[in-house]
Every structure is written in C-alpha cells, then in structure tokens.
Design a binder for this molecule. Sequence first.
Ligand SMILES: [Fe+2]
Length: 250
Amino acid sequence: MDKRLSNLASEAAPFMARDRGRHPPAYAPGYKSSILRAPGEALVSFESTLSEKTGPAFGHNVIGALDNDLIHNFAKPGESAIGERIIVHGRVLDENGRPVPDVLVEYWQANAGGRYRHKREGYLAPLDPNFGGFGRSLTDSEGRYWFRTIRPGAYPWPNGVNDWRPAHIHFSVFGSGFAQRLITQMYFEGDPMIAQCPIVRTIADPAAIAQLVAALDMANAVPMDSRAYKFDIVLRGRRSTFFENRPEGN
Ligand SMILES: [Fe+2]
C-alpha cells in the first residue's frame, strides 16, 4: 500500500480496549469522594467515530515561549518562583511503543509550599506571587516533551483525619485521537508519602504505581541550576501492528 494511504489507515484504526485491571476501581471507599461519584450501573461501550480516532490536532503556534517554564511564566520580570528547581521530561508513547508526536501535554501543580493558585484553595501555606502553577508543551517528532518548574510541596486534604497528598504534578495529555485522552499524576522517586496516599492506594498493581513515579535523572540535570526527573507516559495504542503501518514510526 502507498505509504501515505497506509498512514491514513493507521490513524483511523480502532484503539485497543482499555485494560481496566490496571486502572483503579471507580468505587474505592478509602478515597472518600469516589463513594458518591462512582457510577451505580455497568458501563456501556460505543463504537468510536472517525473524529474521535483522528482528532484533535494542535499547531505549534498554540504554545507560547514561556509555556513550558513554570519558574518564569507567571513571574514578574527579573524574578522567579521560589522552590527547588527541577526539569521534568520524558516521552509520550502508545502501547505499541511508538512515539506520539504533536500531542498537547498540559501540567499543573501546587507551589513549593503545597498551595494551589485557585479561589477555592484553602490550605494555610502562602501563595508565591511569582508562581502560577500551569504550563504546556507539544511533543516533538520523537514524542518528547520537557518543562522547567519547581518541585511542588505535599499538602493535606480532607479525606481521613490526617491524609496528605505526596508531592505531585497533574498531567493532561491529548493523544492523536480523543480516545487516547489521559489525565494522570506524576510522583517523585523516593517520596515516603506515596505509599501513604489513599488515592495511590486505589491502584492494586505495584507495577502500575511505579509507572506514576518519575525517576531522578541526574544525567539530565543542569549543574548548579536544576535536577531532572524522567516521566514517560503511555497512551492507548491503535489496533494496528507495527509491521503493517508506520514501519519507521513516522
Ligand atoms: Fe493536586
């Protein structure tokens, strides 16, 4: 088949079924707010439509120069956010191990004290006037993304009597099809609060939890500036084999 046609066929191919065994159950009483919002009926699946398989598409012009720099994108000129400076980077891949290029990766987080810039946020830690807590990137042709930020602080939340969220960064990823949309959280290697967290504990498989923990990556640290953490993200794959389509992954 002509390569262009085979690429189009690949883009419209159906996605693999979600492996519900790796995802936490919707109803997890240890995570209190799941009790009311978990569906009471069995889920119903629909065939996905062509627009769900092929969209969305983002142009590089949607990304501003400081969008992937949370240390500066909310700061006054000449100032910067307070906290431990870090780089977070990784690749967005599908279940077949193929890089997913040109996808929008959005990330948001609390400041170094564990406080969000949000009007309903009530934690007593102070706001940092130079930190907004939001950024975004587009993956490159190899599925890579990277951004610069400060390490977020842990914060308490009203679940049990004394529950704290481990330091984490929220991620939203639009894949090359809406069916690949993923919203998740990234944790930091070595944080003792991960094992204590009631949300993390809804995940039964320790290997799945490990996939949410970014590894300290000193090889990509910037000396006298920032440490680095590596976090790869895997989206649903298309039900098309590596051999039939996109042999070079492009
Ligand atoms: Fe959070």
